[in-house]
Write a protein that binds this ligand. Structure first.
Ligand SMILES: Nc1nc2c(c(=O)[nH]1)N[C@H]1C(S)=C(S)[C@@H](COP(=O)(O)OP(=O)(O)OC[C@H]3O[C@@H](n4cnc5c(=O)[nH]c(N)nc54)[C@H](O)[C@@H]3O)O[C@H]1N2
Ligand SMILES: Nc1nc2c(c(=O)[nH]1)N[C@H]1C(S)=C(S)[C@@H](COP(=O)(O)OP(=O)(O)OC[C@H]3O[C@@H](n4cnc5c(=O)[nH]c(N)nc54)[C@H](O)[C@@H]3O)O[C@H]1N2
Ligand code: SF4
Ligand SMILES: [Mo]
Length: 738
């Protein structure tokens, strides 16, 4: 046995920790995966999920060849048959019923795969369907919308400069478990402790006293879905106490006066009943924030996937701007990715919003997508607007989208379903054809997305570890094969279109490259192929790049740096980064402020009289898809209903007993876990469980960790109105003992 050492980053969550692997290339076996002590970002840190991509690779139930359902049974088919039949069925449906008769759902793991992300735009553009759904509308879409309106780019996120702050306020995020989201930082605990060691404080605002609250200095309970009230009152208090001090941001920010009047009705007293946060606690928080030398407010998924997701996500940035903490050291800053993918284009695109509406309920499109909460309803339409086919790309909407069982049922109505996935799970078991991609060990990778969400700039290349089996394709190759065949082209045609397109765009945007011809750029990058060539171009044209001539970063150079490259702390990027008109921030955009009357109406209605359901993540889960891995599935049931002792007593529940939970859309029983870590009036269930459908091929998940799907209770009628994001937190439920 000859072993080899390989360095790479972990592809499983945003932290992207550095790993060192011992492998046997001949036997295609991983011998060990450990934290890379020489990685400047993670310094040897890893979490339990660092082995996930290895276990996936080794899982015997993972598909390695395409399968087709014949007479209700899955049969392996040849790659060529799978690709050509998929393309033919989709093209026939498009030609007969129009492009919008094909719906698509795009899942989360795609965000961890460089080549898929780069080529997907092509697939989407050529498919051109109005029925495009994604996990984004059960996730960060309110932040996309708010950032697009404020900074001109929905993918330019302010990230907490956690290593320089001395007052970190975390709302609706639980980084100790999620490992940080829109805040990519391996070993987040050491960063949080760092704040404290510098004499600073960490404050958590959450309906649950979370694992992050446990290491924080202060925790405030807030009622689910009410952060927008709390933050409006924060803004109100800033004006009332004359502590609005945007500093240099004033030079390019408009609309601050408008905020004074918009926030006027929301005094700390007036929101205390609805939020559950006493006025004096909020005043103290504002005071502490303003007294700190480098405070920052951070909000994550608990602020996005709630009834006022856009308002709450926007208000986080509003507070940071009003206090001069945006784009400031220790505040909320903008990373500078080596691929320059968040730099403003020469001609910024118009806001993609409301260019079309869903046929069901007439909801506005955003970023070319319709809300995932509308997926089932759209798929149920009959007649002129009927959906005939569904494509899923690395997604499990039956477990991740509100009222998932309705999605499951709606899939039966389709003439054709293709799943680009490597498991037969709750969603893909409803497909006609499943085409599996290679796994993370079988293709190279670059942490594209997370170089724009990191707390310190970096670049890291992860090499391909094993050759895939004969015929197996990467996800992007599968998408390109199908797109090409649907449009009478070859994959090579498509890929060269992509290359030409990227070079054109570069030349239009980067003045310092205008002296180079497209031919020059092609010649200089000819040593790389496919996605790696595109990566080389982006890196070389980027801020640290060699500009194809001088000194600077190239992919070849990055490949010689197995522990990744440290590109330094976050630095000020405003106003240059703004892609808005005249490079100015309109702090009170209409698309957002139009939602304030809805907020006011909710305040007038008063606190909810229902028990409210929220979510919960666990260190050994990743949404729905690591449950077939024995090492992560075994152990105590973690799909439990967390409830406060006061509520448990009133309802008559006992610890480890059963409760029946019901909502407008569903009901089931769950095991009860009683704890005062959850706020009275609130209950919590994790999502991604419910491995109870027949016809799946995930025997470990079904046997060890079936659980129930929280999304079978989440109401698909409820959305954050500006962005169409699902309301998975703050769902009214009834609970009784059984
Ligand atoms: N109630 C509730 N619902 C939620 C959330 C919540 O907090 N509460 N969170 C939401 C969030 S943040 C997200 S991101 C979504 C996730 O929603 P989804 O992305 O729909 O769901 P996942 O569970 O991540 O499913 C990933 C799928 O991708 C497949 N897969 C994984 N890797 C690969 C690969 O390399 N190639 C291919 N071809 N397939 C692959 C897996 O087999 C699985 O089928 O869930 C959302 N839903
Ligand atoms: N172990 C693990 N890690 C993961 C994932 C996973 O499934 N498991 N998923 C990954 C993905 S796809 C994502 S998007 C990220 C998400 O990363 P985070 O946003 O950090 O995710 P959560 O742990 O769900 O934290 C959300 C918090 O919001 C709180 N919350 C719920 N409702 C409200 C509310 O109305 N107001 C406030 N203030 N808080 C509220 C919840 O109690 C919870 O503590 O995690 C990623 N990392
Ligand atoms: S924290 Fe995330 S990136 Fe780091 S080892 Fe765990 S799963 Fe991998
Ligand atoms: Mo997510």
């Amino acid at each position: 046995m000859t072993t080899e050492t390989i360095y790479r980053s972990c592809p499983t969550c945003e932290a992207s920790c550095g790993l060192v692997m011992e492998i046997d290339r001949e036997e295609k076996q991983v011998i060990s995966i450990k934290g890379d002590p020489d990685n400047h970002r993670s310094g040897g840190y890893v979490c339990a999920k660092s082995q996930a991509f290895r276990y996936i690779y080794e899982d015997r139930e993972r598909l390695t060849r395409p399968v087709k359902k014949v007479g209700g049974q899955w049969r392996e088919i040849e790659w060529e048959e799978a690709l050509s039949e998929t393309a033919r069925r989709l093209a026939d449906i498009r030609d007969q019923y129009g492009k919008d008769a094909i719906a698509m759902y795009y899942g989360n793991p795609n965000g961890h795969n460089f080549s898929t992300q780069i080529y997907t735009q092509m697939f989407i553009t050529l498919l051109n369907t109005e029925r495009f759904f994604s996990a984004g509308s059960v996730d960060q879409q309110p932040k996309n919308l708010s950032c697009e309106l404020l900074y001109g780019n929905g993918w330019v996120f302010p990230i907490p400069d956690i290593d320089h702050t001395d007052f970190f306020v975390c709302m609706g995020g639980n980084p100790m478990v999620s490992q940080g989201s829109l805040m990519s930082a391996p070993d987040i605990e050491s960063h949080l402790k760092g704040v404290q060691q510098r004499g600073g404080k960490v404050v958590v605002i959450d309906p649950r006293r979370t694992e992050t609250a446990d290491v924080a200095d202060q925790h405030l309970f807030v009622r689910p879905g009410t952060d927008a009230f709390l933050l409006m009152a924060f803004v109100n208090e800033l004006f009332a106490t004359h502590r609005v001090a945007p500093g240099r941001l004033l030079e390019f920010t408009d609309g601050i006066d408008q905020l004074e009047s918009l926030s006027a009705p929301y005094t700390p007293e007036s929101v205390a009943a609805i939020t559950g946060v006493p006025a004096h606690h909020l005043r103290q928080l504002v005071n502490d924030f303003c007294s700190a030398s480098a405070p920052v407010l951070y909000g994550r998924i608990g602020l996005c996937t709630q009834t006022f997701g856009t308002l709450a996500s926007w208000l986080v940035d509003v507070v940071n701007i009003l206090t001069g903490r945006l784009d400031a050291r220790g505040g909320a800053m903008f990373p500078r990715p080596a691929t320059a993918h968040n730099d403003p284009a020469a001609a910024p695109p118009q806001l993609g919003y409301n260019r079309w509406q869903s046929k069901a309920r007439g909801f506005p499109e955003y970023m070319g997508m319709l809300p995932a909460s509308l997926m089932a309803e759209e798929m149920e339409l009959q007649g002129e607007h009927q959906v005939r086919a569904l494509i899923t790309v690395a997604g499990n909407p039956v477990l991740s989208v509100p009222n998932g069982k309705r999605v499951h049922a709606a899939m039966e109505k389709m003439d054709f379903v293709v799943a680009f996935d490597f498991y037969i799970n709750e969603t893909t078991s409803q497909a006609d054809i499943i085409i599996p991609s290679t796994t993370q060990l079988e293709h190279s990778n670059y942490d594209f997305m997370f170089t724009s969400t990191c707390v310190r700039n970096f670049a890291q290349y992860s090499p391909q570890t094993f050759d895939p089996p004969a015929g197996a394709l990467d996800q992007y190759q599968i998408l390109n094969e199908v797109t090409a065949r649907m449009n009478g082209m070859t994959r090579a045609d498509l890929e060269s279109m992509m290359l030409d397109g990227m070079i054109d765009q570069l030349q239009a945007n980067a003045a310092d490259l205008s002296h180079l011809s497209a031919q020059d750029i092609k010649q200089k990058t000819a040593e790389h192929q496919g996605p790696e060539r595109l990566l080389d171009i982006m890196l070389r044209a980027g801020p640290y790049g060699d500009k194809f001539t001088g000194d600077g970063l190239t992919l070849a150079q990055l490949k010689t740096m197995p522990h990744g490259i440290d590109l330094g702390p976050l630095e000020s990027r405003l106003p240059e980064l703004l892609a808005t008109e005249h490079q100015r921030i309109d702090i009170a955009p209409d698309v957002i402020t139009r939602d304030i009357p809805r907020l006011q109406a909710a305040l007038d209605d008063g606190p909810s009289r229902h028990m409210l359901l929220i979510g919960r993540r666990h260190i050994r889960d990743m949404n729905s898809w690591l449950h077939n891995l024995n090492n992560y599935a075994r152990g105590k049931n973690r799909c439990t209903l967390l409830i406060n002792p006061q509520d448990a007593q009133r309802i008559g529940l006992v610890d480890s007993g059963k409760a029946k939970i019901s909502s407008r859309v569903g009901e089931f029983e769950a095991e009860v876990a009683i704890s005062d870590s959850i706020m009275p009036g609130v209950v919590s269930l994790p999502h991604g469980f419910g491995h109870t459908y027949r016809n799946t091929q995930q025997s470990v998940a079904s046997a060890l960790i079936p659980g129930i799907s929280a999304n079978d209770l989440v109401d698909d009628n409820e959305m954050d109105m500006p962005s169409g994001t699902s309301v998975v937190n703050g769902v009214p439920v009834q609970i009784v003992a059984v």
